[in-house]
Ligand binder design. Structure first.
Ligand SMILES: [Zn+2]
Length: 387
């Protein structure tokens, strides 16, 4: 926090300096241009081929004035650069710690391509199609028109929902109805409910009544909600806002419907709900301070190598629940987290250990004994565990 405040203070200072410098430069330039223009027009009015001594004097004095103005502008410009580079040094001082030793660097070409693709996907999710397209070209990524179209469609529908237009979303639902039903989605009901309420609020009672038939398809699952929607008809004249059904008009329903649509669309398209890049950055930022602290302690104790050359973290990092995606299995024998190269295995008795631990237990005959119960088994019968 202290670092943020120091940088913010410097930022305000630099910003003020830049603004005043920019004002000074633009005033000086304007003054110079005006003086030059007025001299030119006064000389142009003269019909004499030779300048008088007085005119020569005024040209000379203007030249020296312009020279001094240019020098002053150049000095102001230099001062601006000095402030900006000082600002950079302040950021370096507070934030630019060497994190290379606690993170694996992105060197291989394949990793760079994966990173570019993650940034590309993030930009598509943010709706920055133009920037994403430029990145695609500059990073030499393979172009998949269908991938971009997916995001364009999602953005178009979300934008329409923000403008309280449910029709594009309803058309999308029609094309994916079976998959949505299998997934147990209530998106279609929510959209049709909004459409019905929109018709009511526009005073189109007959249209709303005939549209209500569409809601009948969702009986009996949504019976209670359908009853409430029909109840709205009794309060049309008095106004729904002051009726017992006013909660149905809450703007919250629109954000809920956007959320439901985004979740369902991502699920059907096999995309994660949140941007993988944003999640990685959030998790990395949460883990980095702890790792840097550990690194400084290890360096003091001359044990810095504990942080490098491993594919597991040297300490436990507590992440918020929303970022916990996978179960972690720690081998009870080796007391190490399992990894791709050393996955967990399920012994025939049901006990689980890591594969490296199992290899240590296997005898010449290919048999092993569970370290927790006396059951003996053949190593080839043991299965890799996936969870
Ligand atoms: Zn066992």
């Amino acid at each position: 926090m202290e670092a943020c405040l120091a940088v913010e203070k410097e930022h305000t200072k630099v910003n003020q300096k830049l603004q005043s410098a920019s004002q000074t430069i633009s005033n000086k330039m304007e003054e110079t241009i005006n003086s030059l223009q007025s001299l030119r027009s006064s000389l142009a009015n003269e019909e004499k081929p030779v300048l008088t001594d007085e005119e020569v004097q005024s040209v000379k004095s203007l030249i020296s004035q312009v020279t001094s103005d240019v020098q002053s502008v150049s000095q102001t410009h230099k001062d601006m650069h000095a402030s900006i580079s000082k600002y950079g040094r302040i950021i370096d001082k507070y934030f630019m710690q060497d994190s290379k030793s606690v993170s694996s660097s992105i060197t291989a070409q394949q990793n760079k391509a994966s990173l570019s693709r993650a940034i590309y996907e993030h930009l598509l999710r943010e709706g920055r199609m133009d920037v994403a397209e430029t990145l695609l070209k500059e990073a030499g990524l393979s172009h998949e028109e269908s991938f971009m179209t997916l995001f364009k469609d999602i953005h178009y529908i979300v934008q329409a929902l923000r403008n309280r237009d449910v029709d594009p979303a309803l058309r999308w639902v029609e094309g994916h109805r079976d998959e949505l039903l299998r997934h147990g989605s209530s998106l279609e009901f929510k959209l049709k409910q909004r459409k019905y309420l929109l018709l009511l609020s526009l005073g189109q009672i007959n249209e709303a009544l005939s549209y209500a038939k569409e809601l009948g398809d969702f009986s009996p699952l949504h019976n209670k909600e359908i009853q409430r929607l029909m109840g709205c008809l009794l309060f049309i004249r008095r106004g729904l806002e002051s009726s017992p059904y006013s909660d149905l008009l809450d703007p919250w329903h629109w954000s809920d419907i956007i959320d439901t649509f985004t979740r369902d669309a991502c699920y059907l398209l096999g995309l994660s709900l949140e941007s993988p890049l944003a999640v990685s950055l959030a998790i990395g930022s949460a883990a980095l301070p702890q790792l840097l602290h550990l690194q400084s302690v290890m360096i003091q104790r001359q044990m810095a190598d504990v942080l490098s050359g491993r594919d597991e973290l040297p300490c436990e990092i507590q992440l918020p629940w929303r970022y916990r995606y996978h179960s972690i299995f720690t081998c009870p024998i080796l007391r190490q987290q399992t990894s791709e190269s050393n996955p967990p295995v399920r012994l025939n008795c049901g006990h689980a250990i890591s594969r490296d631990a199992m290899k240590k237990l296997v005898g010449h005959s290919g048999r092993l004994k569970c370290p927790y119960c006396p059951l003996e088994m053949m190593a080839k019968d043991v299965h890799i565990l996936k969870f």
